[in-house]
Design a protein around this ligand. Structure first.
Ligand code: GLC
Ligand code: GLC
Length: 814
């Protein structure tokens, strides 16, 4: 069953009914001001940091699920009827409804009793605000008087405090009303230099800023007293819960439309210029007023909206493909790239399943998210690398997470996830291959943000690798620490206390449990590092890494191969995890993908056997499972992984992030059909038609799809913020289509299905646009390369010459 359809020409997903199985959401904003918005207007906004600068309030796990957001209520002032054009929160049946989620904007349009209302929400490029454009059209024969009531509920900034500290919070709320603008200034009197504002383009019939006055006692968002009675009460919030609501009264003739613009924004004043004058506590509005004025102007708003479209044109044009598969095309060309921007921006901090108060940005998450983003805005990728590296500890270890606002490592969670630092090397290699910017290696960066500890990024990378080598276990494999990529494989936790954190509790000294996955990741990272060393003339290090890679490979060969697949780990007893000897959790996906990507078993038959085992034991019609059999009981020595019911999350769901590793591994072995089949199973667009099973948005990847052991096999969960976005983008563009940045230039080595006749693509790389045509002439993967019509040796296109803007690339697949 479908709840909408793709409009590829406009790069939109069009939702055709409001009651989707779950809220289907979109993101607004690109760099500092962000909003989450559902198909019924739900969601919230924040500035930079979803915890520390939350602008509007949102209650997670609410009933209904998605409740509270950016609401506009309409009231027919003749009949007294009220409704909400975004369907929620009043949920009156609408004559029609469409929600269009596009690149950085959402438009919801509906009709009720011949009154049409359309609201377009977006965040202009480089502005710290969101614009709502409401257009109301009277399709009746008679003139009609309509009242529009806007409403947002302000969050008192720190979203965690906001939901816990009511004895204080109910006393501190403050607002200021100045003409058509409502200012939210809680805590501005003391240490905050920022405030929020909510402005309206039209003269007001009234306003409200006190939630309880607007709603009326014992009433909810679906029945606000002010709206029902059609009259704002001009309330001023003192404590309790400040809101912003404008009442605009419209008189519309038959056929007439009217636009009202609302601007919800964030603003900072310099510490010494916070107030109008020293003697008063009124907000100094000198610098904010011009901003408000600009975005209340309809012409300026149209310009800003056009700029947003152009911004996305330029980003998406960098990679465009045309293949025989429309689902692949629309993911690569539009939605997967778009999701990569979102995961790069927000890591795992704020979605409808990540509350924004806990996690900040993950170290390994951000490093991997960068892989799908670096081609779009390399300067931002560069900055992210520097920020991450500056939180690194002197030991080479990493904080597992950091707060984007403070750029500090998160002490509450700490480090000792032993894979974390290695991802930094992978990210830096991807950045240099994309940009050729070797200067990044010389950037002086602190350790743990401590002034005076600066060392070049190159040194940070060295320490990342040394961190693994300093932590080797009894089998010569890397010690796992608190966990590796699989946060829930906690081999040193041994937790028997309910509620104890699996990830920060450590009951074992960590000197025994080892990870084959980290061994693979180490080799992958060390191979990148030795290329970096080679190219920067650190020849002694090259030799060193060659020998460390060799040693690690030997350890995997000796102790990491289980006969038909790669082993997952050794636990604290030195027993195997992910082995035929185990009763449950006999085979895991991660080491199969990672070891083959690292080149282990590729020269003999083990990579092939490992992938055959994946196919036999882990592949399902809904994707490849994390492990099998699922754990049916709790294992003290394995930790959180066995805490989940079978088939969910880390306990044997299709944990989507890992699937592209297998796709890549299949392409490494030249299996184009198998790689593509796995890709197609995962592709949300291809799953659109089973919306009632999949349930999440069909335009973005979700973190998990419930596994074979689950009661709801095939059900996706935790949409949007997942490493699946970046890795699937890499798997599709760099491995299936084979268009891959390398140290020497752009390489084109497609491994596509036999049934494809070829494909075309454009790829902008180092300032040059490559127009690529791939033609299948035989059934294999060997290629002949032509540049501007001339045959060229090898499969790498030499770097563009100075001033060269375009190259025609033709590939014949034989
Ligand atoms: C979550 C975490 C990520 C981890 C994965 C598997 O997505 O954000 O860091 O690798 O789960 O546990
Ligand atoms: C929980 C989640 C896991 C995630 C981790 C991050 O353990 O189950 O998926 O990676 O939290 O801290």
């Amino acid at each position: 069953m479908q709840y909408g359809s793709f409009d590829d020409a406009h790069r939109e997903y069009v939702i055709s009914r409001p009651d989707t199985p779950l809220p289907w959401i979109n993101y607004l904003g690109n760099e500092s001001y962000f909003g989450l918005i559902s198909n019924t207007g739900g969601g919230y906004s924040f500035y930079r940091d979803a915890r520390l600068r939350r602008i509007t309030r949102y209650r997670y796990n609410n009933v209904p699920f998605d409740y509270g957001g950016r609401y506009i209520y309409l009231r027919d002032d003749d009949s007294g009827e009220v409704w909400t054009p975004t369907w929620q929160p009043i949920r009156k049946e609408l004559e029609n409804y469409t929600c269009r989620h596009g690149m950085g904007y959402t438009t919801i349009k509906s009709r009720y009793n011949q009154i049409e209302a359309e609201v377009r929400f977006f965040v202009p490029i480089e502005a710290d605000l969101e614009v709502w454009q409401l257009k109301v059209t009277n399709h009746r024969q008679d003139p009609t008087k309509i009242s529009a009531f806007s409403c947002v509920e302000f969050c008192l900034w720190d979203a965690w405090d906001d939901v816990t500290n009511f004895q204080r919070n109910f006393n501190i709320g403050e607002v200021e009303i100045d003409e058509e603008v409502i200012y939210h200034k809680t805590e501005y009197r003391e240490r905050r230099n920022h405030f929020a504002y909510f402005a309206c383009s039209d003269p007001l019939a009234g306003y409200d800023t006190q939630r309880e006055t607007f709603l009326g006692p014992y009433r909810g968002w679906d029945d606000p007293q002010v709206v029902v009675e059609g009259k704002s009460l001009n309330s001023e919030a003192h404590g309790w819960a400040p809101i912003g609501s404008h009442h605009v009264s419209l008189m519309l003739n038959p056929g007439e439309s009217h636009q009202v613009i609302y601007v919800l924004g964030y603003h900072e004043n310099p510490a010494d210029q916070k107030f109008e004058d020293a003697a008063c506590q009124r907000v100094n509005k000198r610098t904010v007023k011009p901003v408000i004025k600009k975005y209340l102007d309809p012409d300026q708003v149209e310009i800003a909206f056009r700029e947003l479209g152009e911004f996305w044109d330029s980003l998406l044009n960098i990679i465009q493909v045309k293949t025989p598969d429309v689902n692949l095309d629309r993911m690569v060309n539009i939605w997967n790239a778009y999701q990569c921007m979102t995961t790069f921006n927000l890591s795992r901090s704020a979605s409808f399943y990540e509350s924004g108060v806990g996690r900040g940005l993950g170290f390994r998450d951000s490093a991997q998210d960068l892989l799908g983003f670096v081609h779009m805005i390399p300067t931002r990728a560069r900055q992210r690398i520097l920020d991450l590296a500056a939180t690194q500890m002197e030991s080479g270890g990493a904080y597992h997470q950091y707060q984007p606002l403070t750029k500090r490592g998160n002490n509450a969670v700490g480090g000792n996830f032993n894979d974390d630092p290695l991802w930094l090397v992978i990210a830096v290699a991807a950045y240099i291959k994309e940009t050729g910017d070797w200067s990044i290696l010389d950037e002086p960066l602190n350790y743990d943000n401590v002034p005076g500890s600066e060392k070049p990024l190159y040194d940070h990378l060295q320490r990342s690798l040394m961190y693994t080598l300093a932590r080797i276990g009894p089998h010569g494999l890397p010690l796992i620490g608190r966990a590796d990529w699989n946060d829930c494989l906690n081999l040193n936790t041994f937790s028997s206390e309910p509620g104890e954190s699996f990830q920060t509790t450590t009951n074992k000294d960590g000197k025994v449990a080892e990870s084959v996955f980290i061994a693979g990741l180490f080799i992958l990272a060390a191979r990148e590092m030795l290329e970096i060393c080679r190219r920067t003339n650190h020849l002694r290090e090259v030799d060193n890494y060659i020998s460390e890679v060799k040693k690690m490979k030997e350890a995997v060969n000796r102790s990491g191969w289980d006969g038909e697949w790669f082993l997952r780990a050794y636990d604290d007893y030195g027993s195997k995890v992910g082995s035929k000897e185990c009763q449950e959790g006999r085979i895991y996906i991660e080491p199969q993908g990672m070891c083959i990507m690292a080149g282990i078993g590729v020269d003999d038959d083990r990579a092939g056997r490992s992938l055959a085992s994946v196919r036999t034991h882990l592949a399902t019609p809904h994707g490849i499972l994390l492990h099998q059999p699922a754990y049916t009981r709790y294992y003290l020595q394995l930790g959180e992984i066995s805490s989940y019911p079978p088939g969910y999350k880390e306990n044997a769901s299709v944990f989507c992030h890992t699937n592209p590793w297998i796709i890549i591994a299949e392409t490494i072995l030249g299996h184009g059909d198998q790689a593509y089949d796995y890709y197609a199973l995962l592709n949300p667009s291809a799953r659109e038609k089973i919306g009632e099973i999949h349930r999440c948005e069909p335009y973005v990847f979700a973190q998990t799809v419930a596994g074979r052991d689950a009661a709801t096999f095939g059900e996706a969960k935790n949409s949007w913020l997942t490493g699946t976005a970046a890795w699937t983008f890499v798997a599709a563009t760099q491995y299936i289509l084979g268009i891959r940045p390398t140290w020497e230039g752009l390489q084109v080595v497609p491994v596509i299905p036999q049934g494809w006749e070829g494909f075309t693509a454009q790829r902008q790389f180092r300032g040059c646009m490559y127009f690529i045509t791939v033609e299948r002439k035989g059934t294999g993967n060997s290629i002949t390369l032509f540049l501007d019509g001339n045959p060229v040796e090898g499969n790498i296109i030499p770097l563009p010459k100075e001033g060269q803007k375009q190259v025609n690339v033709k590939i014949e697949l034989l």
